[in-house]
Design a protein around this ligand. Structure first.
Ligand code: ASP
Length: 315
């Protein structure tokens, strides 16, 4: 009986994938996570010979989707595109998070790293980060900050920004920073923190303002945007990433298959160009392994843990 069960599983794995795969995106369409997911999974679909179908599952800063993924069958037919929020900052921000980013997932691999920018609506009068901060502190009416839900990248990184600058905005949640960006472009909210992938097309079109980019270096795609340190805010050291995860107990063979397909996508010149043109950082071979992703998740959980005791910014 055990032997029959074993060989059935082995056959299932050697046939994998025999049908389409669902990739859960924990946010609305049109945001950075959705964008990166669609770029890499399109290529992975051709490598695997089966469609990878994106399912946008929104709610609670991406944690609704992450929980859903933990409950899927670990058969390789459901994966999730997680990020620095769902698999990092959310642990600090939800006292009763119903999943564990380490023990409930099999890491597949990193898709892209991304800088985080401080963005504002185009017609905000502040010409620099310093002016923005001064205006926000002195303003009679609080500014309106958009974010993608408690635990998201936009929430966690702007929480850090607000804490170090002593700004107290009204918070306006969206189901992802795709819709949040639309509200920023339309002038319905004043500012937000978002990954570069979404910001680049809007900055190139001149329809939003970027005051600073988190991290040590300017982006070659946005050479005019100062680093936060250059703009006078060295404490804003934030960057984000998107990565693929499978539910815990997905077989090592299937994880390896998905990791190889992801690696092939990241080596493809057209895919690389799409990601690089949007300001994405493509991981090298070492950075793409499941082990590297597992280590990153652990370090991100630790890095953002200080958010647990409110108002304490992460290191
Ligand atoms: N950028 C979002 C976040 O703040 C999510 C998204 O729509 O990709 O986590």
């Amino acid at each position: 009986m055990g032997l029959i069960a074993f060989s059935t599983a082995a056959v299932a794995q050697s046939d994998y994938p025999a049908r389409s795969i669902t990739a859960i995106v924990p946010f609305a369409a049109g945001g950075p996570t959705d964008t990166v997911a669609r770029i890499v999974t399109t290529h992975m679909s051709s490598t695997l010979g089966q469609q990878i179908i994106i399912e946008n599952v929104v709610g609670s800063g991406g944690t609704t989707a992450a929980l859903r993924a933990t409950r899927a069958l670990p058969d390789g037919y459901t994966i999730i595109i997680g990020h620095m929020g769902t698999h990092g900052a959310a642990v600090a921000l939800y006292p009763n998070l119903a999943y564990n980013p380490i023990s409930d997932f099999e890491p597949i691999g990193m898709a892209a790293g991304m800088a985080v920018l401080i963005l504002a609506r185009k017609d905000l009068p502040a010409a620099s980060l310093a002016e923005f901060i001064a205006g926000a502190r002195s303003g009679a009416a609080p500014l309106n900050m958009a974010h993608a839900g408690l635990g998201s990248v936009s929430f966690a990184s702007c929480l850090l920004f607000n804490a170090v600058t002593d700004i107290h905005p009204l918070l306006t949640p969206f189901q992802g920073t795709g819709p949040a960006m639309n509200a920023l472009v339309a002038g319905r909210v004043d500012y937000m923190c978002d990954q570069i992938v979404s910001a680049v097309p809007r900055l190139q079109a001149g329809i939003v303002t970027a005051y600073a980019i988190g991290g040590e270096h300017r982006s070659p795609i946005l050479p005019d945007v100062p680093t936060a340190a250059e703009a006078g805010l060295p404490q804003f050291q934030v960057s984000a990433w998107n990565a693929l995860f499978a539910p815990k107990a997905t077989s090592p063979q299937i994880v390896a298959r998905l990791n190889a397909a992801l690696g092939k996508a990241l080596d493809n010149p057209a895919i690389r160009k799409q990601l690089l043109d949007l300001g994405g950082d493509i991981p090298d071979n070492d950075g793409r392994s499941p082990q590297a992703l597992a280590a990153l998740v652990r370090s991100e959980i630790d890095r953002w843990m200080p958010l647990k005791s409110a108002n304490v910014p992460p290191r």
